[in-house]
Structure formats: structure tokens, C-alpha cells
Design a protein around this ligand. Sequence first.
Ligand SMILES: [Zn+2]
Length: 286
Amino acid sequence: MQIHNIDLHYHAGQERQAGVTLTEYIDYAQKTARKILGITDHYHLYFLHSPIDREFPYEKNLRGFLKFREDVESQKPLFPEMTILFAPEIAWYEDFAEIPAEVIRVSDYFICEPPFKGDFAENTAQLLKRMNEISQFAKAAGKPVFLAHPFRIAVNYRLIEREIGPEVTAIQTRESFEDFSCRELDEFFMFDIKKIAQAAQKLQIPMEINGNTQFRIRSTNLPGVLQMLWAALKVMKEEGVEFVPGSDLHGFVTGLGKMGEGVPEDCFRALGIDVSDLKFLERVLG
Ligand SMILES: [Zn+2]
């Protein structure tokens, strides 16, 4: 088993691309060397806060959610050599207390998204607050939880949502990705990385190394930025943070963040993280 054989963040429910079946999603996963597959979906696409004008494969309620869960279960005999897991992805604004017991019961683990509020101090404070809530939820639910793509929103902010600025294009590739200073990394990713890492270690919340975030960076032809992401992960690793591999694949159409990204094994390798370091997986598999 290698890192790229383990993908704990693979969307295949409401996010399913039109015309592609759940079986085809898992078949693709199998053909692309995934052996342990965590199938996910955005919780808020079943329990809507405001109407979404989009065709979905499932009803937007608990019944639809449980039908998706059942469909995932029914796939298992078709892929006997794979380990298929089920894990909803919870947005940062959800109130954990409102998640139905039924949803918790049928889930193997949970993926939690980080909040992002704007400036450095506020991002750090909101992340800390949410991580405390996540930790309490994990304990109460008795299910493992990890924090998804901790650097995603800064990457979106700097590379995707606006025109890429000169402060980004000026970033020079370094001899080694470890040559970036904490100050540079904090400034780029817009939160106190060390402080968040220390909290993650203390609260035992693993961080995801997310394929989709790395794909977005790779697509911009800015290798220095990818080095910065790896450097930021290294800062977290030095604080004793645990990591989880996930591709965050949604579908197969062209477009940033939508294609079939892989699990970034090269990043794990650079950080010196092996399958034997994936304690989260051990907890999930019992
Ligand atoms: Zn996701």
C-alpha cells in the first residue's frame, strides 16, 4: 500500500457529474489505483440553508442523504478488493448540534472545512474557534474527524478568484521548499500556521494534504507557490500534526477544481510521511 492508494476525500453524491453513475465513479477510483476510498459529499447539499437552483441526483433532505449512503453500501460487493468508506463533508458554518444522529450513525468519519474570514488575526481566531468545535463534535459523535484543505481558501483568494497579483508572480522558486520563512508563509496563507498547528496537535485534529488545492496551484505555472504550500505543511509537521491524503475529486469535466485530481504522493514523500504515519486511517479502520 502506498499513499496514492489511499484517498479519503472523493466526492460522488450530489456533486456527481451529470450522466456518470456512482458505479462509474468507483470504477474510475479503482482504475486509478485507489484501494482505500473515502466517499464523501457536501452535507449542506442535502440540508440546504437557502435554495440552490441545480439538478441533484438525491432529494435535498435526510431521506436523500440516507439513500446516497445506501447506494454507497450497495457498491461494496461490486468492488470486493477495495475498502470503501463513507464520510460527509461539513461546511465551516454548520452547527454540529443540528447534525441528525442518523447521519452520524451511518458515517465512518467526518471531513470538516475551515472558516476564512479575511485578515490574518481574524482567520487565526476563527480557525481556532472552529477547531475547538470540531474536537467537541468528534468526541460527542465518537467518530474520527479531519480538517480539509487548510490552505485552500488563501490559494483561492490569491490564485483563483482574482487576477494573480505581482506579489504572487514575484515569488521566486527556492533551492529547497524548506527555505521559506514562517513570516513569508503566514503572510501568504493569511493565518498563524504555527499556532494552528499547535492547536491541531493538542486537539488531535489531523490536517488534509489535498490534491485539489495542489492541482489549482500547479495549474497556475507558479512552482514557488507550490513550494510554499509544502513548506507550510512542513511547519505543521514539525509541530506534530498528523496528515490525511485526499484528492477532493468532484468530477471529470475541464476546469479548475473540477477534474480528476490525484492524491499528492510527491508532497507526502517530500515531507517524509509514510503510510505507517497515517494514524487517522488506523483509527477509521479500527
Ligand atoms: Zn470536498
